[in-house]
Write a protein that binds this ligand. Sequence first.
Ligand SMILES: C[S@@+](CC[C@H](N)C(=O)[O-])C[C@H]1O[C@@H](n2cnc3c(N)ncnc32)[C@H](O)[C@@H]1O
Length: 224
Amino acid sequence: MAEKINPDNKLTPKELAKHLRQPEGETGKEVGLQMNKGNKHICLNSYKVLNPKNKNHILEIGMGNGFFVKDLLKMADDLNYLGVDFSPTMVNEATIINEALIKSEKVSFKQASIEKLPFNDHTFDCITTTNTLYFWPQPQDNAKELLRVLKPGGKLLIAYRSKSFMDQIELSKHGFVKYDILDVENLLTKSGFKQIVTETIKEPELDFDGDIFEMEGIYTIGIK
Ligand SMILES: C[S@@+](CC[C@H](N)C(=O)[O-])C[C@H]1O[C@@H](n2cnc3c(N)ncnc32)[C@H](O)[C@@H]1O
């Protein structure tokens, strides 16, 4: 049985695209919950590919409502997680969903944009970001900003869908920039990352507005 997204066609492709880029208000919350279904595999696989080590300080860009943060925290001991999203609605939702982890001081969330991160140079061991690349306003500058806040030897993971998949869905015509593996690897090389590698992982089929899609996540890693 395929996972379902936008089951009752409640939103037009343009409206859905707007909330995928920056979820807002009650509709944004609802889209956030739908993303937890449709993006479950790519989110969980991104954390597996990231493969954090004990005591790592992890930054996630665009965590949405942060539903899977609890799963990342189980992957090693004493992880410290900071999630950044430029949507106030998502930061609020993530704060509610992860209340217990926030109390334990293992997790925190902040509203900010990838364009200018409110962190010192060399702060994080790992940075992960899933399904945000399509919306980066200045990709090379934004990748350099990630490089700046990574520690030397730190790891960046970008998880995304292929251009060929995106070309099949109507909503990607509304404000999405589409990337192939070579585009992402070139972006990271030009921005100063090294040891760039990509892997792909197949997922169960997805039911998107009644159409069934073969799914695959792409995971590109670069090292500072
Ligand atoms: C398509 S959702 C993906 C959410 C989650 N990572 C997933 O894969 O289900 C994109 C998220 O990135 C956030 N986002 C988009 N552009 C951003 C930016 N410039 N800075 C920070 N967050 C951004 C959006 O607000 C949204 O929560």
